[in-house]
Write a protein that binds this ligand. Sequence first.
Ligand code: SF4
Length: 369
Amino acid sequence: MKFQSEYRDPVAAQKLLQAIARTATRPWTIMEVCGGQTHTIVKYGIDELLPPQVELVHGPGCPVCVTPLELIDQAIAIAARPDVIFCSFGDMLRVPGSRTDLFATKAAGGDVRIVYSPLDCLAIAEKNPEKTIVFFAVGFETTAPANAMAVWQAKRRGIENFAVLVSHVLVPPAMTAILSSPTNRVQGFLGAGHVCSVVGYEEYEPLAQRFQIPIVVTGFEPLDLLEGIYRCVRMLEAGRIGVDNQYARAVQRSGNPGAMQLINDVFETTDRKWRGIGVIPASGFRLRPEYQAYDAQRRFQVHQLQVLESDECISGVILQGVKKPKECPAFGKTCTPEHPLGATMVSSEGACAAYYNYGRYRSSQTTNV
Ligand code: SF4
């Protein structure tokens, strides 16, 4: 397939692997930030093809995984209301809350719908004036422009029966939190290409200087990742700090100015809780005061729900690159994609789910025998 098969060419992959092996003379630990990158790495076994001195650890870049349990419970509480049509991308529907999930809420009579764009919600709102349409606005910087556009258009078109339950998180503050941790072992980053296609990578440059690390903005196909790793290893070996852009076919240094203008018109930064990690300062978006009429949390007063996380789950340290999924005693035993106990098993982009779905569960069983 054009624009896909050329990024999965096995001969080119082999050459990049050989170049990485020739270049790496010492142990290096590199974190990929994005869940889509984790998915590709584990699916194609890239981490196992690398020379032993290059270790990949998996970062907190799966938006479904880092959405706090409180938000899931709030979504379920809103979706169960008879005066609401609750809309979401499909991957949030099976994420378990404290007691149930959105699929079960739908089965119990809640009007829960899967949409492919937040803008679909405006059409639903116009057809159902007696209901409030709530969109679950989850994601990193990548999904923020479309969510901002839905709110901006709702205000402009005078659609009042629409609201968003906002759970937007931002990558650079999470990288700062990881690099500031006393347990940090990350020496270089593969930056999330899709996020940078919106916001660019200017913000990463002071981060690289502050922590004296290389950051390589990287795409999502196997050859993107191998080239990103190769560039990162070369920078590490040369002691070069700064930001490099492997994903130049989609990312410009200053990002997408139109998308960023829209985000800044509708959202402002706020402290956000990340599931498994905790509160990270200035790490998320909330609606600006002039758009607060569209805030589902304010409209439905669902802030105070109490939640209980599994105490078996070590997803917090997995999301910070300190441990791997197979090091969790519950992995593949009491915790599976069908019965997830924690953040990183709930989405196919979560590190635990990726390890499980691509057979690392079976290989860990074999190793243990
Ligand atoms: S395997 Fe399950 S319990 Fe263990 S860290 Fe991953 S999500 Fe948490």
